[in-house]
Design a protein around this ligand. Structure first.
Ligand SMILES: Cc1cc2nc3c(=O)[nH]c(=O)nc-3n(C[C@H](O)[C@H](O)[C@H](O)COP(=O)(O)OP(=O)(O)OC[C@H]3O[C@@H](n4cnc5c(N)ncnc54)[C@H](O)[C@@H]3O)c2cc1C
Length: 503
């Protein structure tokens, strides 16, 4: 007969998350009493010891993407009974940080798309985001230093209320933690890092019964704990240890660019996302509420080091120069105004064709530290192996020029949760490659398409060459004027379609 495994050692190794009214993360023995039938082990099974934690899923990396997966699994009827381990030494997981609304915004922010907002609403996390600082925006202006063209996107061009929302990463993370606290998921947080992992081999499986530990992934943590799981989710970021230990290779390159980020203040409120392409890379000014905006400025690593340490006065001057008339003239207000558009195109002309080019707000103060991040593109050749699946930056890292990185991770979360739910519904082993491949097929296609678009943009704007400058201007103006093209771009960037520019 099945016997539940209890343990004393667990109690000292596992952090127990307490809630005022009920236990969020039960103590080890209670927790294991809740382990679903499939993960209960016969003591007679080969390899079973008395003090080994076993879970249905081990999420390695409790960052913005890993925590979203935990919340998503907790909110689906088919998966909320699963036993989940979350492995991450980030102290925010065990000591929920307090966020004061009056503090200036943290420079680490994400522009989240309408698709991500829907996911957060669906899993019950958006209500927590709304309790903190966040800034919806319904307009965006993109232009380049040559002065040849510009595009203004307006949410109403795609019958939408907003194009996106800028949220501090710590707010997204905390909202997911708050959401998880409210759920009834059987979860255990291990405040440690993954150090090594052994995956079942054919011989280890054939030697034991299908329910033995030999058929599970074994994770060794930095605090000496061993954890077993049917499925290991690598959400441990760009330098993923899970990916490395599973032998999954990657393709990619460094961009020889870094992004300098910081929070700035201007005299009045900003509700537009601005992006200007410069010879060394784009600079973006993203609204983050009140009179604050976030700067993401791509430049050479050497310039990034200089801009990080230069005095505040010189930095502000450089930012305003980069956002306005530095490197080249402002575009004409209406290069392709309504009068020059042939009449047969007129029904397809966007409302923005009547909107002139606007000058972004002047920055007057820097209110946060300046940080610099080296930029690269990385794609895992496989997203799955037996008992392993990769999501978020562990599977793909992109240039931040279109603010898509974490949104791609959230789309992974939605797809993987559904595949796990489908597997549970039909009684499949959730760590089986054949099941996980469904997730890989769906997300690889979409992620590769997005990466190709972003890499194409990065390359197209890295070259200062007359004919190419004209082509870029034509692209800006075409996107500004023609409604179907603009609708497609907005809908793709919103995360509503997985392949670009297909109706
Ligand atoms: C300058 C810049 C601007 C950006 N702006 C945007 C934007 O506007 N919109 C957008 O969508 N994206 C943006 N991104 C991308 C976005 O920040 C990333 O895609 C996102 O942080 C990835 O989240 P993640 O949870 O997958 O990985 P991470 O945030 O890297 O989290 C990984 C987690 O795993 C943990 N971990 C690591 N190793 C181990 C281990 N061995 N064991 C256990 N735990 C481990 C870490 O502690 C961490 O908590 C930007 C990126 C940069 C650099």
């Amino acid at each position: 007969m099945s016997r539940l495994i209890t343990t004393k050692r667990l109690a000292s190794n596992i952090f127990t998350f307490k809630q005022a009214s009920r236990t969020f993360c039960n103590d080890a023995s209670t927790k294991l009493n809740n382990v679903p039938f499939e993960t209960q082990f016969n003591k007679e099974d080969e390899g079973v010891t008395n003090d080994v934690p076993q879970h249905d899923i081990a999420i390695v990396g409790g960052g913005m993407v890993g925590m979203a997966l935990a919340c998503s699994l907790a909110s689906m009827p088919l998966t909320k009974h699963l036993s989940i381990a979350i492995i991450d030494s980030n102290p925010a997981l065990t000591n929920m940080p307090s966020i004061k609304k009056d503090d200036p915004p943290d420079p680490r922010v994400s522009t989240v798309t309408p698709a991500t907002i829907s996911l957060f609403k669906g899993i019950g996390a958006w209500e927590f985001v709304e309790q903190h600082r966040h800034a919806y925006f319904d307009k965006m202006q993109v232009w380049d230093y040559t002065g040849f063209g510009f595009t203004r996107y307006n949410a109403r061009d795609a019958d939408k209320d907003v194009l996106g929302c800028v949220v501090e990463n710590k707010v997204l993370h905390k909202s997911l933690l708050s959401c998880l606290q409210k759920k009834d998921l059987k979860k255990t947080i291990y405040p440690a890092r993954l150090s090594s992992m052994s995956l079942p081999t054919r011989s280890s499986v054939s030697n034991g019964s299908s329910k033995s530990l030999a058929n599970l992934a074994k994770l060794e943590l930095t605090d000496g704990t061993n954890v077993y799981a049917k499925l290991v989710v690598g959400s441990d970021g760009n330098k993923s240890r899970v990916r490395e230990l599973s032998g999954i290779k990657t393709t990619g390159w460094n961009y020889s660019q870094s992004a300098v980020i910081c929070t700035v203040e201007h005299p009045s409120e900003n509700s537009t996302a601005w992006q200007r392409f410069l010879p060394a890379g784009p600079i973006a000014l993203l609204p983050i509420g009140n009179n604050f905006s976030n700067i993401v400025w791509t430049m050479s690593p050497k310039d990034a080091s200089n801009h990080k340490i230069m005095n505040q006065h010189d930095f502000i001057k450089a930012v305003n120069h980069a956002l306005d008339s530095g490197h080249g003239p402002r575009p004409e207000s209406r290069i392709l105004g309504g009068d020059v558009i042939p009449s047969f195109f007129k029904p397809n002309v966007t409302s923005a064709v009547n909107e002139g080019f606007e000058i972004p707000p002047k920055v007057v103060k820097v209110v946060s530290e300046r940080m610099a991040f080296p930029l690269s593109l990385m794609h895992a050749n496989d997203y799955v192996a037996k008992r392993v699946v990769l999501i978020g930056d562990a599977a793909h890292t992109v240039h931040p020029l279109a603010g898509q990185g974490v949104n791609m991770g959230y789309a992974d979360v939605a797809a993987l949760s559904n595949v796990i739910g489908d597997g549970v519904a039909v009684g499949s082993d959730i760590g089986e490659v054949t099941l996980l491949k469904k997730y890989e097929t769906e997300r690889k296609t979409a992620n590769i398409a997005m990466m190709a678009v972003l890499d194409g943009f990065q390359k197209a704007y890295s070259v200062d060459f007359g004919p190419l400058n004209i082509l870029r201007a034509a692209a800006f103006n075409g996107a500004n004027v023609f409604a179907p093209l603009k609708r497609n771009i907005i809908s793709y960037a919103s995360g509503e379609r997985s392949l670009p520019f297909l109706s």
